[in-house]
Design a protein around this ligand. Sequence first.
Ligand code: ADP
Length: 502
Amino acid sequence: MKILMVSSEAVPYAKTGGLADAVSALSISLAKLGHDVRIVIPRYYPIDRSSLTLLPDAMGTPMGGGIEEWSAVYTTNMPGADKKNPVKVYFIDHEIFFGRDGIYGSPVESDFIDNSRRYIFFCKAAFQLCRKIKWYPDVLHAHDWPAAVAPVYLKFAERVSGIKGEFENTISILTIHNLGYQGIYHKDNFDYAGLGWDVFYNAGFEDWSMLNMLKAGLYSADKINTVSPNYAEETKHEAHGFRLDGVLRYRSADYQGILNGIDDVVWNPEKDTYIPENYSVKNMEGKAKAKEALQKEFGLPMDSNVPVIGIVTRLTDQKGVGELFGPTYGSAWSICRDMDVQMVILGSGEHWCESEISSLASRLSNFKAKIGYSEKLSHLIEAGADFFLMPSRYEPCGLNQMYSLAYGTLPIVRSTGGLVDTVENFNEDTGEGTGFMFEQLNPSSIYNTVGWAVWAWYNRRDDITKMQKRGMTKDFTWESSALKYVEMYNDTFKALGIKVKA
Ligand code: ADP
């Protein structure tokens, strides 16, 4: 199959979260299965053009009100993909929209005022790119709100008035990586899409008189999915539906969850280049070395008996940071005050939270923090910690709990989203499970569940060791996820009566 991934992020070029990892890893795995996979992303300002190949001739993209002229298109092969069947990445270089620092915003403008135009243009440009390179995909696979208008163009423009031989046999898929971000802007921006106002209503853009890009994509894509089966179920209900639960119920016959995988080269204790010594389920010595290195790095006493609780996270409400670090009521303070533990955190995000964490670190000798983003430290925490805490408010899939399991670090998580699909709660009677779970998101649940894990550490060490080993042998590979995506593509062809040419 010819598959075009339309995404605003892809590692190693542009990343703000799990979306970037998922798009690249899925593409590489699909290519390994023999498919012709290409990715299109914007050429953001920090992406160095000197290592990319410039395609001849500038590209024009017809938008409402005129042609958006002079986009350059660059290309390269995705690192890490099979050399025999490379994944090509195309970059749309359009100065007025993407020639600035920041992907969706900057420190002074958290959400760029022209984001709807930037990404509506990007979606339309994806079609122009195919024309330019004369390559028409069987599958147009869009990711999250920035790419959600691509399925709308396919359904309401290309299929209705497109040129024969181009997109009439193309199917569209929209993957939700996070329903919390929908791309809601003033509807005045819609003229720029160059679609009639009937499409504004028929494609489902309309949202209380605003323009909702994700909603339109969810109505228009042939099939939709999200990144774990449990999150797919949760989002059909009001509590997790971010006001789109009705749309997802309406589309439920075409909506499913497919669990993300993890990169088993980068996130593998047997191959990890960031940790002091590699280790495996058969020989865990390297994990003890990683714990020592972690304690040293964070300036904690190097004591192997004390359990270390690690956290790596964006500091935003989604991750339960209010319940963890909220002044006067957050549970991190009482955990570190009352329990014989060490806690290390790596994160960046909301300003109040960063300063609260710094304040905690100055008051508690067993709580240490690094504010910022560090790939290396995140690996050291995953390898060196004994427990990994993730009290998420909601979690479409979550990567860190899977990394933790792979590294023999027991996750302590809230029962939500993909955390339910990946972690099994400890059963004190049988010793079964791979982690510790709680239902309600409040400081006392976090406190009590961490307390339970710490109790097990000191009193049920055999169970802890067995749980570590059980977690380390779980299969979270992208290969199995990629096969499920292929199945979804095939189901869509079948449903639409389209035969894919071999
Ligand atoms: P989300 O995409 O909602 O942030 P995920 O768990 O799906 O959550 O993915 C987060 C990814 O970002 C993981 O790879 C995690 O290790 C990484 N990450 C988050 N914050 C940091 C940080 N401060 N430093 C290094 N890596 C981080």
